[in-house]
Write a protein that binds this ligand. Sequence first.
Ligand code: ZN
Ligand code: ZN
Length: 456
Amino acid sequence: MLDEANICSYNWRDDWDRDTAGKRLHGLGATMTVEECLAFLATQGRDTVLAKIVDLLQLVHGMDKSGMVPQQHGNALIALGRVRDLSGLEMSEHAAELNKSEACVDWGSVSTQDWIRHQCHQPSGAAADLLHVGEQFANLPKTIGALRDGSIGFAHAAIIARHAQAITHSDSAEPFDEAPFLKAALESSVSRLWYYSMHAWHRADPDGVADEQREAAARRYLRLTDGDDGTLYVKGEFDSAAGATIRTALEPLAQPHGDGDDRGREHRNADALVELAGHCLDTAAVPQHGSVRPHVQVTTTLETLQGLIGAPAGEMALSLPISAKTVQRIACDSSVTRVLLGTDSAVVDAGRAKRVVSGGSRRLLDARDKHCRWPGCERPASWSSAHHVIHWAQGGKTDLSNMILLCQHHHWMVHEGGWRLSLAADARVIAVPPETDFYPPEFYPSARAPDEFDVA
Ligand SMILES: [Zn+2]
Ligand SMILES: [Zn+2]
């Protein structure tokens, strides 16, 4: 049995049997206090001590956790956090020393950081943090002291060290002073420390900050990759200010809107990006490309537009073939160029000549509805499309009695999402969920009447 009060009885016999300082220690028969164990370990080599630390952690890992109360779990987490922070500190000194040699390159790695990343199972950033702290050791006596006594964590020290590194290596900076950084670390969380450190760094070295941000902007990229099935995959990196511009534009569009909006955050972000792009195209906010203004072009047959069985899929530039429902949505508002092909692929209707919601009736529609008519949605008219309740391809009229404003998301819900909209006799809009899904009656978005307007 392991005895927590007498950890020395665990697997330490090999060491006990060694003759140390003239005193022979005996195996399980002899007992030592924890203090005596530590005093004994202090006489051993570094490798032995480190191996025992690992053994001790294994010992802790093997202890029964059942029956522990939350307070005990919390205490254990705090204590293990200290273990992690102090090992980080210790690792950083070794890392910096190792980095003074070419050993890691001789061992086949491209750099010390890469060797640490691989051998110590660390992400690149964590390996770099070890090197930064280790290399700035002499510049950070108070920070290291605070880390040793537990008033800050290793992650705090790593942020300070990164800034110390930038400032000490800058030609334009004042001499590095750790005091303002440490003060911020003692008062803030790790994530807030980045914020305060940026200010302290800027005070010490504005040109250095500008250089760093210029380099971050130069690293911007956005990779758009087509999957075999036509899916677009997006990956990218933006500097902080550019990221803020993107977030500021997407944030309001990515809020849940309308009754029954159960999309997750990332789904709403993606929809917001599509909405932003669509709006820029609809409002001609994108500069002319060559001699034409960029717009979404769909090529389809009348049969597809009418949703007839056996009709071919529609075609859209930069996309694989699209379903009739998507064709119908895009053609619904007619703010796109239509190229209708007859059965012999002859173009029978090109451009915006017909069934376009004219400027005058669109203004009346905007004035009547003011915003998306989906129950609970208030996306403004300028961000909405004119939806034909009965599609014009099926004989629906392009006049106010057959049109309502719908934002991009709700327009999609109606055409592709399987929802149906009904106009009640009193002109209220009722959204009816797809029959395939189970929606309890209370989930039905409540009807919304148009704003005060004399419907023509
Ligand atoms: Zn529509
Ligand atoms: Zn809406």
